[in-house]
Design a binder for this molecule. Structure first.
Ligand code: FMN
Length: 366
C-alpha cells in the first residue's frame, strides 16, 4: 500500500471536529468521481486521509475480449492488497470500461474474486478512441446495452455485491434519460451516478441537474448527482434541483480537497461539525504534502507534472494557485521548483519541503 502521511504532516482541518470521528455513511454520501490520469492511488490515499469521502474508484480498466491477469487489477488498485480500502478505510471500487457483456462479466468476476469492495461501470467516457472501440458514452445510444452488460455481470457475482454504474445524460441529446436510468436500475446496478451532461456537451457548463431528477424518478436504486458542484452553495442548489442528497465530486474535489468535509458537516447537523472551508495556507500545505509524496514515491518528472496539474485544478477555487503555477510551470527538478517557489515571498512561510526530505517517507508499493 501507499504510505499514509502521519497526522502531524497533514494540513490542520479548519473543522471543529476531525473527520475521523464521523462514522462512515454519516450524512450525505460523498464519492470521489473517477478521473483518468488524475485520481491515481496517491490521490486516493491523500484525499481519503483528508476525510469526508465515502467512496472512491480506480482509473478505468479497459476490457476488450480477454479476462485480464491479476497483476493488471493490482496495478490499477494497489488497495486490493489492503482489502480494497485506502489506509484511512475508504472503499475503492475497480472501474471497468467495455462494451461486450461476456468479457465484462468475466472480468467483473475477477474483480470480485480479488476482493474489491465493489465494481463501477463506466458508461460516460467521451474519449473518441474509447467510443470508436465501443465503450464509454457510445453505449448510451442504446440503453439496452447497459442492461445487457449489467445483467450479465449480475449473473456471475453474488446478489449483494456492489455493482454500480456511471452515466451521462445521453450521447447527442437527452431524449433517452429515462431509458438509461431504467436500464441501469433493472439490469441490477446497486447505485447510479449521473454526470449531468451529454457526451456532446463534454465538460461545458452548466451541468443540467434537472435531468438527474427525471432519472431519479424512474430509478429504483439510489442516484448520485455529479457535475459542477464546486462549493457548498452549488451542493445546496444541486440537491434542490436534482433531489439528490448524495453526490460525486471530480474536478471539484481536486479544487477543494475539503469539500467533502464541508458537505458532511452540512448534512450531519446532529454532530455539530463546523463547515469552514480551508484557507489558502492550509490548502498550500496540502500541495506541499502532495508534491513531497509524489517525489518520494514516483520519479521527479512525474512529481513535477502532478504538482502542476494539481495547482491548475486548485486554481478553480484558489486563484493563488495560479500564481504558484506561473512560477514553476517550466521547471522539472525539485531543486529548481523549490528555489522558484521560495521566490514567492508570501508563500515562503508555508514552504517547508526540502529536497533532503526525499527518502524520509516509507518506500512505495505501487
Ligand atoms: C480528467 C478527467 C478524467 C475523467 N475520467 C473518468 C473516468 O475514468 N470514468 C468516469 O466515469 N468519468 C471520468 N471523468 C468524469 C468525472 O468523473 C466527472 O463525471 C466529471 O468530471 C464531472 O464532475 P465534476 O464537475 O465534479 O468534475 C473524468 C473527468 C475528467 C476531468
Amino acid at each position: 500500500m501507499i504510505p499514509s502521511s502521519s497526522s502531524a504532516d497533514r494540513p490542520a482541518s479548519n473543522n471543529s471536529r476531525e473527520s475521523e470521528v464521523l462514522p462512515p455513511g454519516e450524512g450525505a454520501f460523498v464519492s470521489l468521481a473517477p478521473m483518468e490520469g488524475v485520481v491515481d492511488p496517491i490521490v486516493r490515499q491523500m484525499w481519503s486521509a483528508v476525510g469526508g469521502i465515502d467512496h472512491m474508484v480506480t482509473e478505468f480498466v479497459r476490457v476488450t475480449d480477454k479476462t485480464l491477469p491479476d497483476h493488471v487489477f493490482y496495478k490499477y488498485s494497489p488497495e486490493l492488497k489492503n482489502g480494497g480500502l485506502t489506509d484511512a478505510g475508504t472503499p475503492v471500487y475497480v472501474q471497468l470500461l467495455g462494451g461486450q457483456p461476456e468479457p465484462m462479466a468475466e472480468n467483473a468476476f475477477k474483480v470480485f474474486a480479488l476482493g474489491a469492495p465493489g465494481l463501477d461501470l463506466n458508461f460516460g467516457c467521451p474519449a473518441k478512441t474509447v467510443n470508436r472501440h465501443d465503450g464509454g458514452a457510445a453505449l448510451l445510444k442504446n440503453p439496452h446495452r447497459l442492461y445487457d452488460i449489467i445483467s450479465a455481470i449480475r449473473k456471475v457475482v453474488p446478489k449483494s455485491y456492489p455493482v454500480t454504474a456511471k452515466v451521462r445524460l445521453g450521447f447527442e441529446d437527452k431524449s433517452l434519460v429515462r431509458e438509461i436510468s431504467q436500464a441501469c436500475s433493472e439490469g441490477g446496478a446497486l447505485r447510479l451516478t449521473v454526470h449531468a451532461r451529454t457526451k456532446v456537451e463534454g465538460y461545458k457548463p452548466p451541468a443540467h441537474w434537472e435531468f438527474i431528477a427525471i432519472m431519479k424518478e424512474v430509478s429504483k436504486i439510489p442516484v448520485i448527482a455529479n457535475g459542477d458542484i464546486w462549493n457548498l452553495e452549488d451542493y445546496r442548489r444541486c440537491r434542490e434541483i436534482s433531489g439528490c442528497t448524495d453526490v460525486a465530486l471530480g474536478r471539484c474535489l481536486m479544487a477543494r480537497p475539503d469539500l467533502g468535509l464541508q458537505i458532511k458537516a452540512e448534512t450531519t447537523t446532529t454532530r455539530g461539525l463546523s463547515a469552514s472551508a480551508w484557507d489558502w495556507p492550509t490548502t498550500f500545505k496540502h500541495v506541499q504534502l502532495f508534491y513531497q509524496t509524489n517525489l518520494d514515491l514516483m520519479s521527479e518528472q512525474y512529481a513535477a507534472r502532478r504538482l502542476k496539474q494539481y495547482l491548475k485544478m486548485l486554481a478553480n477555487s484558489h486563484p493563488e494557485a495560479l500564481e504558484v503555477f506561473a512560477q514553476i510551470k517550466r521547471l522539472h527538478g525539485p531543486d529548481e521548483i523549490l528555489h522558484e517557489l521560495q521566490q514567492v515571498p508570501e508563500l515562503s512561510d508555508y514552504l517547508q519541503i526540502s529536497p533532503k526530505a526525499k527518502g524520509d517517507l516509507p518506500s512505495a508499493h505501487i
